[in-house]
Design a protein around this ligand. Structure first.
Ligand code: ADP
Length: 507
């Protein structure tokens, strides 16, 4: 196994279920890559451990090779062999674990949504720590993410610290508290955790069922640092209405719980270099944006060469995203004389069917197009071509699409919740300093709220084009890079490491 060189910065290992662009489902994948790259630029040694999925984008991994070792890891009372691969993704060293388990955990042609996800990811969490132990790694920080790798926190302290993997502090980031991965308590035993010890109210026991364990709760309890992805969301989840059952746990552990707004990867999302779009452009030369708008309209069969605002929406179609408001926005945009492009797909069959019906209804319409797919390259093109991007989320831990939209000069229209509240500031709100104003927001999650913001945006676009252009230029220059957020993570990591050292020195 590759060794870990000595250096002055921190040594951080992320263990996660996603990493863009090789294995991305949503924002988590973007965060792993964006944060890691920013930490690396700041002089830290960063490595990532991922499952070796069959459905990854293998073409985006450089120098992928099989290590000449067999890693044995425990599960369900016996040892299983794992192959270990290493490769480089976006300049970052990544380990891929390929389990040789008869259930073929990561050979399912999809990342999540399998009946045995709890098993698959508790297996992976254990194997990842086994890898670090066997490789003799001495990280300062092990950073795990979401319920899929939340098992790391109790596994580390209960099993691996005593075995000698004892250099690290554990940081856990929850990217969305809706997904907690709860399961019958007995399932926890498979990865070697002690069910009797852990199925307790102050440990992993789910707050609404004594018979179930909750990995996210466990990571909150057992990690040294717990973060979520925006300051507003960190407040929201500490209240009963927003905490998805974990508000009391988060309040109890509030001293170690922080909200840090995500950044975006400004290399990937860069209209001056983006090779997915028709013409590259920048804030001082918006001609290219107009070319992209016309090209995407022609590409999707919408009428072009008309002065109509183009509203985009790029999203997973799940209840969190405000399904009824997205549907309303499509019809209302048409009434207001705009054009609408939706790029989205749904893991929920009835939602997918509902949007298929709307897509069919507008199949050959010249103002509305729904593309019900996951399409990376089309997403770039829509950000570049649209004038506005609509995000009417019911809740939104951080949200990346509003930041990406602004980078491409598309004005966000968002519901004031979570990370949207920390990154989009209403143009008509006089209590907000002018220099911060960058979009349109609404508070109540109903049609009236959305309509108010949409109408104000349309009126601005149609009646005051010069001012609209200034706004476009302004939002394109907002700094949404990872630098600020990475500095905040660095501070949390450093303080946690320093605390541990102080305790050790005082012993
Ligand atoms: P979430 O993680 O809840 O899905 P975020 O706003 O944090 O939402 O991140 C969404 C990311 O996924 C963005 O990079 C967005 O461009 C991308 N995305 C969402 N839906 C699609 C789609 N249908 N096709 C391509 N990219 C998509």
């Amino acid at each position: 196994l590759t060794s870990s060189p000595k250096r002055s910065g921190l040594y951080v290992i992320h263990i996660a279920a996603e990493m863009a662009p090789v294995a991305k489902v949503g924002g988590l994948g973007d965060v792993i890559t964006g944060l890691s790259k920013a930490l690396q630029r700041r002089g830290h040694l960063v490595e990532i451990v991922l499952p070796k999925y069959d459905c990854m984008e293998y073409s985006r991994i450089k120098d992928l090779r099989l290590l000449d070792v067999v890693l044995e890891s425990y599960f369900d009372g016996r040892l299983f062999k794992n192959k270990i691969w290493v490769g480089t993704v976006e300049g970052l060293p990544v380990y891929f674990i390929e389990p040789h388990h008869p259930d073929k955990f990561f050979w399912r042609a999809q990342y999540y949504g399998e009946h045995d996800d709890f098993k698959r990811f508790s297996y992976f969490s254990r194997a990842a720590l086994e890898l670090l132990l066997r490789a003799g790694k001495r990280p300062d920080i092990i950073h795990c993410h979401d319920w899929q790798t939340a098992f790391i926190a109790p596994l580390y302290w209960d099993l691996y610290y005593p075995k000698g993997l004892n250099s690290a502090r554990i940081c856990f980031t929850c990217h969305n508290f809706e997904y907690q991965g709860t399961a019958p308590a007995s399932d926890l035993a498979s990865c070697g955790l002690d069910v009797d010890q852990l199925n307790r109210q102050d440990r992993l026991q789910d707050n609404s069922s004594h018979e179930r364990v909750n990995p996210v709760k466990g990571a909150v309890v057992f990690s040294n640092v717990v973060t979520t992805v925006s300051p507003t969301y960190a407040q929201e989840v500490r209240r009963a209405e927003g905490g998805h059952g974990l508000h009391s746990t988060l309040n109890f552990h509030s001293k170690k719980f922080f909200g840090i707004l995500n950044g975006i990867d400004t290399d990937v999302w860069n209209p001056t270099t983006d090779s997915f779009i028709k013409v590259q452009y920048n804030a001082n030369d918006l001609q290219g944006k107009a070319v992209n708008k016309d090209a995407i309209r022609r590409h999707l069969g919408l009428s072009s060469n008309v002065k109509k605002p183009l509203v985009g929406c790029i999203t997973r179609l799940v209840p969190q995203k405000g399904i009824h408001l997205i549907r309303y926005a499509i019809y209302r945009t048409l009434e207001l004389g705009g054009q609408f492009i939706l790029l989205g797909s749904s893991p929920v069959p009835h939602i997918q069917r509902e949007f298929e019906e709307i897509a069919n209804h507008f199949q050959s319409h010249d103002q509305i197009r729904l593309v019900l797919a996951y399409d990376e390259s089309l997403s770039h093109w829509i950000y570049a071509g649209s004038d506005m991007l609509i995000i009417p989320s019911i809740f939104e831990p951080c949200g990346l699409t509003q930041m990406i939209a602004m980078r491409y000069g598309s004005i966000p229209i968002v519901r004031k919740t979570g990370g949207l509240n920390d990154s989009v500031f209403d143009i008509d709100d006089e209590t907000i300093p002018t220099e911060l104003q960058n979009g349109y927001t609404f508070l109540t999650a109903d049609e009236q709220g959305l309509n108010n913001a949409l109408e104000r945006a349309f009126s601005h676009y149609l009646n005051n084009p010069a001012s609209w252009q200034q706004l476009v230029q302004k939002v394109m220059n907002v700094d949404f890079s990872w630098e600020t957020s990475a500095a905040q993570y660095e501070e949390l990591y450093s303080k946690s490491v320093a605390r541990a050292r102080a305790v050790a020195a005082g012993r």
